[in-house]
Design a protein around this ligand. Structure first.
Ligand code: MLT
Length: 278
């Protein structure tokens, strides 16, 4: 995987924080956080397989895991980006670069990967920042939408995906006053190949429901949500924070579903306070 790295290993006297991007973005979405980490912290922001500069690789869904894993969205000859595979890649990164343990910060799909990481590799996670995400699995309606989106990506690439998603992803104030952020998000989406879109949609549709796991999370946890997040709204984030023992909730003003990019100052203050308390 291609990895953005805020500094060298020996600078990480406080530890490592691994940032996991959402769908359909890449690790560059975390640049404002990599640039603002408190002293002694090293940040790593990978491009997950198939996104940004990382190759997709992977087995076709038929060869790898069959229909349930492809959840009826990926065809037999298309690879599936299961949350389990992505969690495994992050665990390897933590082993290779962070001496086996890190704070993990995941946005939306990155949150789904974080839940899988905690379930499969609990020892690798010493703290969690769950950003604009949810613990619930997909509803039937959400799966149906993913099926349509996958077909759109196959037929027409990610252009129409960007057009459809941006109004939901970004707060109205961001869309009106921050054309630079809108362009940045659009360019990330346009760079994602159709095969990655399909593989990630299939992987997300097949993900576990993590609501039952929330009460068992034992590491310090910060839940962050944009006050105008239309995809994973603040009410859901509040319920999630209440279900995780000792978790705190930070609502980021003037931000939608990509709160770290839409209001980096408020986001970085919350992140810095959390890391400082660890
Ligand atoms: C994301 O931002 O990663 C997506 O909204 C997640 C999803 O489609 O469920």
């Amino acid at each position: 995987m291609y990895i953005r790295d805020s500094g060298s290993r020996d600078q990480a006297t406080q530890g490592c924080i691994v940032f996991i991007h959402g769908f359909p973005f890449d690790g560059s979405m975390w640049q404002p956080q990599l640039d603002a980490l408190p002293e002694g912290w090293r940040g790593l922001a990978p491009d997950l397989p198939g996104f940004g500069r990382s190759p997709l690789n992977g087995q076709p869904s038929k060869a790898s895991a069959g229909r349930r894993q492809g959840s009826g969205i990926a065809r037999d000859d298309e690879p599936v980006l299961s949350m389990g595979r992505l969690a495994g890649e992050i665990a390897d990164l933590i082993d290779g670069e962070c001496d086996g343990t890190a704070v993990v910060c995941g946005l939306s799909m990155g949150g789904y990967v974080s839940f899988e990481l905690v379930r499969r590799h609990p020892g690798r996670v010493r703290g969690l920042i769950l950003v604009d995400t949810r613990a619930e699995a997909d509803s039937d309606e959400a799966r149906e939408n993913r099926l349509l989106m996958a077909q759109t990506a196959r037929d027409s690439g990610s252009g129409p995906i960007a057009t459809t998603m941006i109004p939901d992803l970004l707060a109205g104030s961001t869309r009106q006053a921050r054309p630079d952020i809108v362009d940045r998000v659009r360019s990330m989406i346009l760079a994602v190949p159709a095969a990655t879109v399909v593989g990630a949609l299939a992987g997300m549709a097949a993900r576990h429901d993590s609501t039952g796991d929330l009460a068992t999370i034992e590491v310090p946890t910060l839940v962050v949500v944009g006050d105008q997040d239309a995809i994973t709204p603040p009410d859901g984030a509040r319920r999630m924070a209440e279900a995780i023992p000792g978790a705190t909730l930070e609502v980021i003003p003037d931000a939608g579903h990509v709160s770290n990019l839409e209001n980096p100052d408020a986001f970085n203050r919350a992140m810095g306070g959390f890391l400082g308390d660890l």
